[in-house]
Design a protein around this ligand. Structure first.
Ligand code: ZN
Length: 276
């Protein structure tokens, strides 16, 4: 039974090695910058409103500000009237928004698009966000993380910088339900990698804290229903790893979150060096 469940998740997650306290003491404390890909997921049972309610009101850090990478043209996402209304409601809560995909077909890998098509889609995406939110944050998260020198060049041409992640909840559609059962040991290992990157001086502090990017997917129903649990898991598994935590441990200031995202995109260095 136990062996079977390990086989399901594909790997056995052993104990982590916490940072030595003298190492932790010289590091700028962690402030989590949450990102959500693939939405908006609107409607009374949609993932986005459920997540927004928990970011606003939770026992860990009320009033969390996050960054939503949206699909602006897919008819069930930002391309329909409900999706557009959701984008407006998300930004009205002080959340940040940026382009994930500006294609009507939705989640298309940027590496498969000709440069002019990709550039036009990103410009349309930013314009669509601006209509609902005033402005898009000029960063882009490539669908399925696929990018290359050419697509990064296109991002630069349209004034955007690529933003990847330090930790990944692995709640994208490719991973299925089984990962969610092991989300705590998984996150503990994600943050072990973050601690190693911080100790090696790879993660650039911004305004006295170390912004740590964590990637979620707001259309994932499990994530949406368990967001408050994830907030607890992040704080608790950071402590398991001996990571110093900022107060508050999550961004609550929209502009500070924006500056952190832009600085990290510009630096282009992450705790992860590959992305699932
Ligand atoms: Zn995606």
């Amino acid at each position: 039974m136990f062996a079977g469940s390990l086989a399901l998740t594909g790997c056995a997650l052993g104990p982590v090695q916490p940072l030595p306290s003298d190492t932790a003491a010289r590091l700028a404390p962690v402030r989590f910058l949450l990102t959500f890909d693939d939405g908006p997921d609107s409607g009374p049972y949609g993932g986005t409103p459920l997540i927004l309610r928990q970011l606003a009101d939770n026992p860990v850090t009320p009033g969390i500000k996050a960054l939503f990478f949206v699909q602006t043209e897919h008819r069930l996402r930002g391309g329909g009237p409900e999706g557009r209304a959701q984008m407006r409601a998300t930004c009205a809560q002080g959340q940040l928004m940026a382009v994930h995909s500006g294609m009507a077909e939705g989640h298309t890998s940027h590496t498969r698009l000709p440069s002019d098509v990709l550039a036009a889609s990103l410009r349309r995406g930013a314009a669509d966000i601006a209509l609902q939110c005033g402005a898009a944050l000029p960063v882009v998260r490539p669908p399925t993380w696929r990018h290359d020198a050419r697509t990064e060049g296109v991002y630069g041409q349209v004034g955007m910088a690529m933003l990847m992640t330090d930790a990944n909840a692995r709640d994208g559609k490719f991973w299925g339900w089984n990962i969610s059962l092991r989300r705590r040991p998984h996150m503990r290992h994600e943050l072990e990698r973050v601690g190693q990157a911080m100790a090696a001086g790879r993660l650039q502090p911004v305004e006295g804290v170390t912004p740590v990017l964590v990637a979620f997917h707001d259309p994932n129903g499990f994530t949406a229903m368990n967001m408050t649990g994830y907030l607890r898991i992040l704080v608790e598994t950071a402590r398991d790893n001996g990571l110093p935590l900022a107060d508050p441990p999550f961004y609550t200031d929209t502009q500070a979150a924006a500056r952190a995202a832009l600085a990290r995109a510009k630096a282009g260095v992450y705790a992860r060096e590959s992305w699932p």
